[in-house]
Design a protein around this ligand. Structure first.
Ligand SMILES: Nc1nc(=O)c2c([nH]1)NC[C@@H]1CN(c3ccc(C(=O)N[C@@H](CCC(=O)O)C(=O)O)cc3)CN21
Ligand SMILES: CC(C)C(=O)C(=O)O
Ligand SMILES: [Mg+2]
Length: 254
């Protein structure tokens, strides 16, 4: 799809009913995100989410999918070294039937990505804003604003691809830097708050349905407000990503 410049549509889901609806809408990649800690469980961040909770939601979602690819987040501190990341991936793939695991990583975690890849685990590396690191990053802030930060993000992308990442996902990154990353790597780059020049887009289900508790991220859009039903809202999102009419400049950071 990257080679054909065909946008990849990704969306989160956490349960069987929505998995079915999201699959039926033609979403290519369904993510059981650790954002479930916020939107399902009501925590202020993703830090408390456990591996067993991820496995439970993954089992529920897997039963609802017929065609979409199933990606699952490794939760905070379930992947702090190669051994723990392998054990945790085993749980998510065998109990949860995940097709791929996603790990929040920079170049520093490239050896962990390499260990997963060497063991045969399809892996997505999530860089830029890493919500599990909110305690170190000091909030959910846009990344890549200075030249030095932009160069570091580009170096992360290259190191993670070289380590064997099959997919890259970048969050809250200046749109021009994301475009540079997209051109610099051969694996697909999925973006969230990273501009239109990625190979695909992802959002959180509750954000596109306008039911996020509190203030939704500015990079999201309420597609239910434009539609008459949940299936139409999901279809509107997939169509907008495929037509590259979403995201618009106001959903990103220049
Ligand atoms: N509902 C929901 N949507 C998400 O996209 C999401 C979650 N939850 N939970 C896990 C992470 C956390 N994420 C977040 C949460 C908040 C912002 C946020 O408020 N960002 C500011 C940017 C501020 C700046 O300009 O530096 C924004 O206005 O969007 C960003 C990412 C993305 N993920
Ligand atoms: C925001 C996406 C990319 C994510 O990691 C999640 O939903 O947990
Ligand atoms: Mg996540």
């Amino acid at each position: 799809m990257k080679a054909d410049r065909e946008p990849i549509v990704a969306l989160t889901a956490y349960d069987y009913s929505f998995a079915r609806a999201v699959d039926a809408a033609g979403v290519d990649v369904v993510l059981v995100g650790d954002s479930l800690g916020m939107v399902m469980q009501g925590h202020p961040d993703t830090v408390p989410v456990t591996l067993q909770e991820m496995a439970y939601h993954t089992r529920c979602v897997a039963r609802g999918l017929e065609r979409a690819y199933l990606m699952v987040d490794l939760p905070f501190l379930s992947d702090h070294d190669a051994a723990s990341a392998l054990t945790s991936s085993s749980v998510l793939m065998k109990e949860g039937r995940a097709d791929m695991v996603k790990i929040e990583a920079t170049a520093e975690q490239a050896p962990i990505v390499a260990a997963l890849s060497a063991a045969g685990v399809p892996v997505c590396a999530h860089f830029g804003l890493r919500p599990q690191r909110v305690g170190q990053m000091g909030g959910y802030r846009v990344q890549g604003r200075s030249d030095a930060e932009a160069q570091a993000v580009l170096a992360d992308a290259r190191a993670l691809e070289a380590a064997g990442a099959d997919l890259l996902l970048v969050e809250c990154l200046s749109a021009s830097v994301a475009a540079q990353v997209q051109a610099a790597v051969s694996v697909p780059l999925i973006g969230i708050g990273a501009g239109v020049d990625c190979d695909g887009q992802i959002l959180v289900l509750q954000d596109i349905l306008g039911i996020t508790p509190g203030r939704p991220p500015t990079f999201s859009h309420d597609f239910l407000a434009d539609a008459g039903s949940i299936p139409d809202a999901l279809a509107g999102y997939t169509q907008a990503v495929r037509a590259r009419t979403f995201p618009r400049p106001e959903h990103g950071f220049q």
